[in-house]
Design a protein around this ligand. Sequence first.
Ligand SMILES: Nc1ncnc2c1ncn2[C@@H]1O[C@H](COP(=O)(O)OP(=O)(O)OP(=O)(O)O)[C@@H](O)[C@H]1O
Ligand SMILES: [Mg+2]
Length: 418
Amino acid sequence: MAGRTNIKAQILGTSKVLRDAIARLERVARVHAVSVLIEGETGTGKELAAQLVHEKSRRHGRFLAINCAAIPKDLVESELFGYARGAFSGAHREHAGLFEQADGGTLFLDEVGELPLALQAKVLRAVQEGEVRRVGSSDVRKVDVRIVAATHRDLRAMADAGEFREDLLYRLRGYVIHLPPLRVRGRDVLLLARHFLKETFRSKRFSREAEALLLDYPWPGNIRELQNVVRAAAIDARRTIGPEHLVPHMDVDPPDSDGGPGSRTDAILEVIDEMGSASPAELRDATGLTRTTLRRAINDMLAAGIVQRLGEGRHVRYARATARDDDASPELTPRQRLIIRHVENAGRITRQECAETTGASLRTASRDLSELVRHGLLVPDGRPGKAAGYVLARPSSSQTTGPQCPSPTPPARPAQPA
Ligand SMILES: Nc1ncnc2c1ncn2[C@@H]1O[C@H](COP(=O)(O)OP(=O)(O)OP(=O)(O)O)[C@@H](O)[C@H]1O
Ligand SMILES: [Mg+2]
């Protein structure tokens, strides 16, 4: 648990969305009477944020945490409130619960949405009146505990469904802070990735393509996923980490196989489709991206031929690119791009090789291959059964055509992979 280590220094990132959230955490930290509710997807740093509130509150007591989802329901009460001697079999001694232990400090109720309904009234009393009663005891004790709660669930919807007490919800929502997902933190991704890499492998580095992929990927598991992917890829790579080392460790299977509904590219395209074309200011407004992140994303999309620039200078707007003949399909997932690169290098790819290269299941490999056939990028090479492979529909000029790469004549109707 956090002692008085410097939590603020551990929170890396220079994006405006993150800095704004941190500023708000620091502001509310000093107001002890207000409970803080931290919302955010998994792995966005909610626990770190809770520790920051404690650190900046300068309370003399301890920071203690309970994960309501990780403790069996019938044990949560004795964990939080403690028990009297003989309260149940095995209760040989008196035990102070977390509320008492955190007296003068901060109690972090993680995954508060999982707090058993039957216990919520008792928690409300503790939060509101500062009164706790150990299990099996009638003595009421006074405590002074700052509450920080976190959830990735919609507590409002839970309250509407009768699964969460409304009064407790209002008490916890004294001040709500939303931690932004990693995919809207722009270049923080690279800063964090390099940091995690340096922690374990000082001499390794990312290739440019790997960095582009890190920026492109939607990171459904946020910072924790990034941490895991970077470490795992670094184990697989000798010195330079490329996309081929990252992809097998990425969670790109459904529902994120198309780059994820929340990816930056999707967010920008959504706005463009809505408005026909959009100015940088309109895109910033609608997507919440910072100036720098947006500029970067747009540059990548221009380079990939996904969008085009209309007008100049202050009148610049962006629209969907009109399809060009010589252009590779713009909306490929990182995994599909990896497949194309493999075929460019190796001449062909089988379903099995595709699964191995991308680290996906055979089923996902089949789906990716069908998609690429549908995009007109790959064609089946006509071999039967398991030997069936795919080759480029139009070999790129840089391609070294291998002996086993037949002349690619697209079939009248693209066949589906086995
Ligand atoms: N901005 C950051 N800079 C550096 N490390 C971070 C940052 N945010 C989170 N981390 C690290 O990422 C991991 C996940 O953070 P944390 O446990 O706080 O997330 P969480 O939101 O509580 O996740 P979950 O919902 O899964 O419990 C931790 O190892 C944490 O130290
Ligand atoms: Mg957590």
